[in-house]
Design a protein around this ligand. Structure first.
Ligand code: SF4
Length: 156
């Protein structure tokens, strides 16, 4: 009997969902092929939409320090116009974790440089810097393996 597919969380924009802040996607066909080869079944998830933000929406970033400080309640996530969107980002991150727990997900492939999904790189004060986005930070702190994906790779 073949093994049942392992469900993995994937940033929805990497699967072609037009949920980016600018209404576009980051579809990564090479990732889709790699998941299929490994027997991993993608569960698409966009924390910013699930947190209640509209699409399109203003670009946003972590204000000063990093995602861990946001989780600890010490700093905010703001749009480029200074609107505080921390609560929506926190809600999206919590929902991503709840989805992982519900489906027994142990691994997440997340879009780099996003203030939610970035794994190696995120946006702080409007510029990309090393560090995690809020959802990636919460998942990692909860013991879920987070893997950063640049996105937009064509099929090989
Ligand atoms: S990077 Fe994450 S939050 Fe941003 S559009 Fe993609 S799935 Fe949504």
């Amino acid at each position: 009997m073949s093994k049942p597919p392992q469900i993995v969380l994937v940033s929805a924009c990497l699967l072609g969902c037009e949920c980016r802040y600018d209404g576009r996607h980051n579809r990564d066909q090479r990732l889709e092929d790699e998941l299929l080869k490994r027997g991993e079944q993608p569960e698409g998830f966009c924390p910013e939409e699930r947190g209640g933000l509209p699409t399109p929406r203003p670009p946003a970033w972590i204000e000063k320090e990093g995602a861990a400080a946001v989780l600890e309640g010490r700093e905010r996530i703001v749009t480029h116009e200074g609107e505080d969107v921390t609560q929506a980002f926190r809600e999206g991150a919590q929902q991503a974790l709840a989805r992982c727990q519900e489906l027994g997900i142990q691994k997440a492939y997340l879009k780099e440089r996003s203030p939610s999904c970035g794994v190696q790189s995120t946006h702080v004060n409007g510029v990309p810097v090393p560090g995690r986005g809020l959802t990636a930070e919460l998942l990692a702190q909860s013991g879920i393996e987070v893997i950063g994906i640049e996105g937009k790779r064509p099929r090989e």
